[in-house]
Design a binder for this molecule. Sequence first.
Ligand code: DGL
Length: 265
Amino acid sequence: MPDTRPILFFDSGVGGLSVLAPTRALLPQAPLVYVADSAGFPYGTKTEAEIAGRVPALLGRLAERYDPRLIVIACNTASTIALAEVRKALDLPIVGTVPAIKPAAELSRTRVIGVLGTDATVRQPYVDDLAARFASDCTVLRHGSAELVDLAEGALRGSPPPAERLRAVLAGLFDQPGGERLDLIVNACTHFPLLEAELAAAAPHPVRFVDGGPGIARRVAYLTQGQDWPESPGPGRAVFTARDSDTGRLAPALARFGLTEIDSL
Ligand code: DGL
């Protein structure tokens, strides 16, 4: 019997698709379930206690329902707050998504990097720790934006983000002291790589962007090495935790990521 257990990706909304895409490219035979906690969206404006109270329990239910071989928490906010708790609660490999400060520090020439995430992510001690361990010789500017999360959700529903709103969000980084030397931005929210081309065009000077997606794909491939896969992965499934999640407008974008079956929990 082939092992048909899927890889389960989890985010508050559609952001985790930016993590699913490189994993799907590396492991085209993997069955995929993508879960958007639309009933809990957005995470970035919630408290640590709210996220820690919600995510491990919800992932427990999802693990029972979908029997995944591995879970990717494709959300920086949930990972920087609740990864340890989820790992304690579930007997499954759990891959988290945390700000890609290490690769950014390796690539930056000017030694000024920006971390663009949600408000909840940019204030986490987890981020202080990454900056201290991997970017101690860099100035690390941080900015949290809930608006950019909404703009990414809108973009996947067919509404392009207005350039002046993107410029205003980016000003939160570039207008800080040292911002004129910024050469690298860490997309520390999985929603933001979905708008990378538009963000690059809106930046006041050329910058590069990095995110955790490609590294996570390599990690998932490593952790599933030697495992059995079905001959064909079958249609990918997108699951929303709220019944009213505007899935009609999302369906074309979900299909571009191979997710052609849409359910609510
Ligand atoms: N995509 C999520 C992240 O990576 C959070 C978006 C939100 O719900 O605020 O942090």
